[in-house]
Design a protein around this ligand. Structure first.
Ligand code: KIV
Length: 269
């Protein structure tokens, strides 16, 4: 009898060990079927709070709740088997205190089985990140353009346009890394700043609208598949599924109206 090795998921230490190595492939997914497609190709699947805008039609990520993240996190875990799954902590679920963050991160981990949580913020979140990591919760950081802070930033604005601000951004990244985060999303920053952040921290940086010099890249799946309407300039559409889906829907509607669907072989006789 041959014993088959169980399929094990990629873990936080394995992602951390990729610093300076083969770039980490990361994508978002919010549902089981999408997670299954991504799982074969990506090292890491992020159940991003972008799901509030992409799936639920919210104007920003501010209205996303912990229960929404848990529901989508469970679906993504069911749909995948190999990639590490990281779930975003939504706005209001971690900023108040390290204890609040632990309570809600523990719910995310226990109720979904995900491998880590992600939270936004630099030096101001360092104490919270340390608190979580010391208690067994792997944390991915997120600096630069942090969408949950767009109300204070005045919109989705590229960070680091003024080079005088770079030391503060680099300090934020270093604070997150020193606090014990295993990796760091660097979003919407000038390319040179992303490169300097990548050099300044010992954990992998995962860029989005940042630099090819980061230790990995992430995109919102729906954006790169061409399923979203307008996308930021930094998104490359690797597919054009939106128009193709609309064509299929229009063809179905026409077939229903002219009674060519269902055809005889599509009915039970
Ligand atoms: O919510 C999200 O999808 C994200 C990625 C864009 C990094 O945070």
């Amino acid at each position: 009898m041959s014993a088959q090795a169980p399929i094990t998921r990629i873990t936080a230490p394995r992602i951390a060990a990729r610093k300076g190595g083969t770039p980490i492939v990361a994508l978002t997914a919010y549902t089981a079927p999408m997670a299954a497609m991504v799982d074969a190709h990506a090292d890491l699947i992020l159940v991003g709070d972008s799901l509030g805008m992409v799936v639920h039609g919210l104007p920003s990520t501010i209205g996303v709740t912990l229960d929404m993240m848990i529901l989508h996190g469970q679906a993504v875990m069911r749909g995948s088997a190999r990639a590490m799954v990281v779930i975003d902590m939504p706005f209001g679920s971690y900023e108040e205190s390290p204890r609040q963050a632990f309570h809600n991160a523990a719910r995310l981990m226990a109720e979904t089985g995900c491998g880590a949580v992600k939270l936004e913020g630099g030096a101001r979140m360092a104490e919270t990140i340390r608190f979580l990591v010391e208690r067994g919760i792997p944390v991915m950081g997120h600096v630069g353009l942090t969408p949950q802070a767009t109300n204070t930033m005045g919109g989705f604005k590229t960070q680091g346009r003024d080079q005088a601000s770079w030391p503060a951004h680099i300090g934020d990244a270093q604070a997150v890394a020193s606090a014990g985060a295993f990796s760091l999303v660097v979003e919407g920053v000038m390319e040179g700043l992303a490169d300097q952040i990548t050099e300044a921290v010992a954990i992998p940086t995962i860029g989005i609208g940042a630099s090819a010099g980061c230790d990995g890249q992430i995109l919102v799946l729906d954006d790169m598949l061409g399923l979203s309407g307008r996308v930021p300039r930094f998104v490359r559409k690797f597919g054009d599924l939106g128009p193709r889906a609309e064509d299929a829907i229009a063809a179905y509607a026409a077939a229903v109206r002219d009674r060519s669907f269902p055809a005889p072989d599509q009915t039970y006789r």
